[in-house]
Design a protein. Structure first.
Length: 184
């Protein structure tokens, strides 16, 4: 399993116009057990889809101008058997779009470095599809779809809901969210 971090672009200039900071922030936030992530800035060089293997984790950061290319990469990666995780300002504003158009297993809303290690751990345990969107309040977190396989993963930090608020989909989700919002 390998971690790929991709900055999508329709055009490779051969030189970075503006190298995105998020690539390096998430690379630094990647736990050592996952190895060094492969960083791909498509303004420098296009992604080779053959580098993506089944079981890999592909993180794609999008803004509105590169969202369509990001969705294309997401669908390619998912077709190759990789776990697809979207982040960035566009994915934060339109998480369902990343699921529907980009084949996302998960969308990280807000500051990805805070939850990146947990996202990788869940993907490596093949649980990403088992998490549902729970954090519909202003504290964005990780939005995933599918049937729960992971059990309760909620850990409060103070009175404010954690950015990585997870809960089991099987019956207790609503009560967990209700208790979080009451304490908040």
């Amino acid at each position: 399993m390998r971690v790929h971090l991709v900055n999508p672009s329709e055009v490779s200039f051969g030189t970075a116009v503006i190298t995105p900071r998020w690539l390096y922030v998430l690379a630094a936030a990647t736990p050592a057990r996952f190895g060094d992530p492969r960083l791909v800035d498509e303004t420098l060089e296009a992604l080779d889809p053959l580098d993506i293997q089944a079981g890999d984790i592909v993180g794609i950061g999008i803004h509105t101008a590169n969202a369509l290319r990001g969705y294309e990469i997401g669908k390619i990666a998912r077709d190759r058997g990789a776990h697809v995780v979207f982040g960035g300002i566009h994915a934060t504003l339109y998480p369902n779009e990343a699921h529907d158009l980009g084949g996302a297993h998960a969308v990280v809303k807000g500051d990805g470095d805070v939850v990146w290690a947990r996202v990788l751990a869940d993907c490596s345990c093949m649980k990403a599809e088992g998490l549902r969107p729970l954090n519909s309040c202003r504290h964005a977190g990780i939005w995933c779809r599918g049937r729960a396989t992971c059990g309760l993963r909620y850990r409060p930090s103070g009175a404010v809901p954690s950015i990585a608020l997870f809960a089991r989909c099987g019956g207790r989700t609503g009560s967990v969210l209700a208790s979080v919002l009451r304490t908040w």
